[in-house]
Ligand binder design. Sequence first.
Ligand code: AMP
Length: 272
Amino acid sequence: MIEYHFRDWLRGDNVKSVTENLSMKVLVGIKRVLDPQVKARVKADQSGIELTHAKMTMNPFCENAVEEAILLKEAGVVEEIVVVSIGVAKAEETLRNALALGADRAILVLTEQILEPLAVAKVLKHIVEKEVPNLVLVGKQAIDDDCNQTGQMLAALLGWPQATFASNIELQDTDATITREVDGGLETINVNLPAVISADLRLNEPRYASLPNVMKAKRKPLDKITLDTLGLNTANRLTTLAVNEPPARAAGIMVATVEELVDKLKNEAKVI
Ligand code: AMP
């Protein structure tokens, strides 16, 4: 076993030591979401966000999960990266993007239903049992539902250890050391493999796909399965009562002096 610091030569920062030639298989869960640069518009009937004709993209935390899998592959620790998305037919674009970035194979589980995290976790468990990866990487949360639940639920359903909010991952042959971003700072934990790890933003800096790789990704394998054929109970358990726009911010006022500002903060806003 040879230990070396692969990020030294990859990017010149964020040094991480890994053990070479582990030939692991990593499965990455990817969600297609509304592009964060686009303003979300609530549907007229308040049942959700209007997604027809909206610009969609890979969930940002999933980009970190994919990037980490690619870095581990480039370091010789991971042999195969399989990306999985559960969603509408257009999620193929998102999976092709992950293939262009460096994933080897993709699986699209087709459904028109908007699944809750427990249902997504059940589907991912089904795929994990077929693919038998050493590691599952997911984003720490999807920016559309902000649930932050799927990775944890998947680990529970599989009976695997979990490490959430990872900002650094070091793989050894039977275990992984993960640095987690917690309120008080950083926590370092060790989990046995196989495990579920959720990626935080500071884990890495996702790359962009080059045009030649976008072209090559069109020929990489992408399997499509229909959710109904899996025989899973993916019924939703929550009912959305209403989705509302955030309240509009009231206009600010100009004050002439610091004294006036302090007076207003004290006597009107009553915050000091
Ligand atoms: P959430 O629990 O909904 O905040 O999602 C956390 C993570 O679970 C995401 O960043 C994805 O990695 C994964 N995930 C959630 N929904 C899906 C989906 N429909 N398809 C694939 N992966 C998903």
